[in-house]
Design a protein around this ligand. Structure first.
Ligand code: XIL
Length: 330
């Protein structure tokens, strides 16, 4: 069967997935299948602060360099996740970073990491998950250490520093919980649009928006019109769009894997049919490759403890109905 990356490429779309070094290293079958299906690789862990920064004065690129080489060897693009986030900060962060040195630490991290891969990165998630409307700020920004230390302009600063360090990479703002017709997602979409508009109006070097797309098979409040409008609004700002972390949680579905696989595949198909209608969309990435290694097992485990099935490949690397749904969508 024709691999997803080829089907996607025929439509001008890049298909790929997030993966961890250890999984590729320990499982040659997974490595082969990943290389066959994916046109782009993003490290699930290896470019996060807690991985790169074992101590305040050290950068350890070993694991990410391994993945970059794996991608290169197999003719895949490489994608960076993420330069700025409130999560996955190293243990030393709290003791070491304060109002006085935060800007120096921030700029040094972005510069060092983006420069290390300059010219090699397809795209960088420069800032991840900066919106939290429940924090009740008028700008919709989340209360993070970066906001506290640097103020709301930390986002713009991140993009400017990243652009200087790597003028070639597509610079992306990435965020989550935007896909459904719920009050929370609606508020978040408005806040994201406001942020993107503000960045663009100030001439910030931002090139694309990443919609994470962690979906729920049981969520009925999917409204194609609402999602289309949001994507069109993003595109009208002159931004490209990437689906960066697609998966479909099967929590709360019946235990029968056949029933779950059908519901998960339907969610993939509904979602992608809408998203791929938007011309600004250039890439689709799954967050993980096979069900065996999905973060959903921890994030949204099933109450009956049955192994979760959120991804296109099952634990034996057999394509599931979700694979066929994605294949048809391209
Ligand atoms: C997740 C990883 O998949 C987990 O293994 C890790 O423990 C926590 O982070 N949004 C993101 C990703 O932007 O970085 C997250 O990745 C999943 C949600």
């Amino acid at each position: 069967y024709t691999p997803l990356k080829k089907r996607a490429a025929a439509k001008g779309i890049i298909y790929g997935a997030a993966i961890r070094r250890g999984l590729l290293e320990e499982n040659p079958k997974l490595a082969a299948s990943f290389a066959q299906q994916c046109g782009i690789l993003v490290p699930e862990w290896e470019l996060k602060w807690n991985f790169l920064r074992p101590t305040p004065n050290k950068f350890d690129f070993t694991a990410s360099d391994w993945l970059a080489k794996f991608a290169r060897t197999h003719g895949m693009l490489y994608r960076g996740h993420t330069l700025v986030w409130h999560d996955a900060l190293p243990k030393w962060f709290k003791e070491v970073v304060n109002r006085r040195n935060a800007e120096k630490v921030f700029v040094e991290h972005i510069t060092t990491v983006a420069k290390h891969y300059a010219g090699q990165m397809h795209s960088w998630d420069v800032v991840n998950e900066a919106i939290e409307t429940r924090d009740k700020r008028s700008d919709g920004l989340k209360n993070t250490p970066w906001l506290k230390f640097l103020g709301p302009d930390y986002i713009e600063l991140a993009f400017r520093v990243a652009a200087q360090a790597d003028p070639k990479a597509l610079l992306v703002y990435n965020d989550t919980a935007l896909e459904y017709n719920t009050p929370r997602d609606e508020a978040r979409r408005n806040a994201v649009l406001k942020l993107l508009e503000r960045l663009k109006s100030r001439g910030t070097p931002i090139h694309a928006f990443g919609i994470q797309s962690h979906l729920w098979a049981t969520e009925k409040r999917f409204n194609p019109k609402v999602l289309r409008k949001f994507l069109a609004d993003v595109a009208s700002l002159g931004l490209k769009i990437l689906v960066t972390e697609l998966d479909v949680t099967d929590q709360d579905l019946p235990k029968d894997p056949k029933i779950r696989d059908r519901a998960v595949a339907a969610a993939y198909e509904n979602y992608l049919s809408v998203v791929l209608d938007e011309k600004a969309v250039i890439a689709v990435l799954n967050w993980g490759f096979s069900d065996r290694d999905s973060w959903i097992a921890q994030y949204a485990p099933r109450k009956d403890n049955a192994p979760v099935r959120p991804l296109p490949f099952d634990s034996n690397l057999k394509p599931k109905l979700a694979w066929y749904a994605i294949a048809r969508a391209f």
